[in-house]
Design a protein around this ligand. Sequence first.
Ligand code: NAD
Length: 307
Amino acid sequence: MNATTATPGAAALAAPVRTAGGALLLDGKAVGARVRAEVAERARDFRARYGRAPGLAVVQVGEDPASSVYVRNKRKSSQEAGIESFAYDLPADTGEAQILSLVHALNTDPRVDGILVQLPLPKGVDANRVMDAVDPAKDVDGFHPVNTGLLAQKRPRLRPCTPFGVIRLAQEYGIALPGLRATVVGASNIVGRPMALELLLARATVTVCHTGTRDLRAEVERADLVVAAVGKENFVPGEWIRPGAAVFDVGINRSASGKLVGDVDFDRAAERAAWITPVPGGLGPMTIAMLLSNAVDAAVLRAGGTL
Ligand code: NAD
């Protein structure tokens, strides 16, 4: 593929940046800011029409340091976008029954359009049971089986934020997905699987790799588009990347030197890829932006509007 044939959407972003290796950087910070600006405008329209801001409840149980950073970011960004943020911080020893009763209360609270329960939940709490209890109409993470099922059936409603962020980033840079050979490395419920469904919806030909995959290298080598979502530093060596491929690195790992790094060997991969996401500054900011977008989508749908 050729990274110079970008769409007008990409041209309207700040000047495209090339990595030292030559690949075009897929700037999740810039595109995320654009999505957040759209969200702010839609939140203003919603408020003008319905007399209240869209509402997002963010629930955190315990004080996992990484979760606290994510939760703070989500609350701050939602307020900046004109979404009312409702904070629920529960102590680490909160039982499943109490968490479920909070979720049920939020399900019926008319000011709340979106409910986000930050994962991981403390040991002993069944995260599936908690996620299943969220009203699918308020499931801004898109993790509820109803929303996953709708995506699988080609009629997406609230879409999982990170995979949706990959699709939006690809669109902004004019990466045409139909017909591409796409390989997703990782098959979790929150990233790998919905990523495969999104790429299928976009008419790519999709391969999903996981711990049972026999020849991972061969699956990555023939891909025009690679999504890495494993959670292991340098898991995908640069020389596996097909020349001209688009590389989306979802992984977030803390390297020995304390830096945040992805799953792909960035420097080597950037010498072969046509497009590549940085870590940080790629799918992280896109994920938050798509969450806010989902919150406004949920508010509009709940009010009887259409997207
Ligand atoms: P997970 O641990 O639930 O899933 C990892 C997947 O990788 C599994 O499907 C597993 O089969 C696969 N895998 C593990 N070892 C493998 C191997 N040797 N060969 C092939 N496949 C293998 O993780 P997750 O929740 O999907 O997250 C993945 C990464 O993405 C993590 O680093 C996480 O922090 C990051 N993440 C980032 C964002 C973001 O906003 N950027 C959002 C969610 C997750």
